[in-house]
Design a protein around this ligand. Sequence first.
Ligand code: HEM
Length: 115
Amino acid sequence: MSSAEYNALHILHVLSVLVMGATVFYAAAGAPETRKKALMWSGIAGVLALLAGVRMWQALYQFSGGWAVVKLVCWLGLSAFVGLAYKRREKARLWIGLTVVLAAVAVTMVYTRPF
Ligand code: HEM
């Protein structure tokens, strides 16, 4: 992988996961009519984060490392929270808390790569 692609994928990946988290925070307080747009941006960010992540996993690690599988599970959770935050507004604190926890787990996985 060229250094340009390496940098572009990292920037795209990190930016996309930031947007994924931001949309959950928005969804926890946004008016019901903002649901479609929030779901759209969360979906776009989710696909970009996944594509960039899988491409880096393939190119840098040849799909080895259980830590990346844990990140996939974190990504799956984050992807679900925007819809849930609009549908189950009374549990907004839970979706926000889980977003922080899953993001923390994913970041810990990539920086420590324990397995
Ligand atoms: C919960 C969602 C996720 C978060 C918060 C997250 C966070 C991050 C961060 C902050 C980095 C940058 C590390 C650095 O450059 O120092 C990174 C890199 C990376 N992520 Fe993710 N990520 C997530 C989901 C995923 C998914 C689903 C995959 C695919 C399996 C993935 C695979 C990777 C890979 C392969 C790298 C590059 C590691 C390296 O440069 O050695 N990530 N991630």
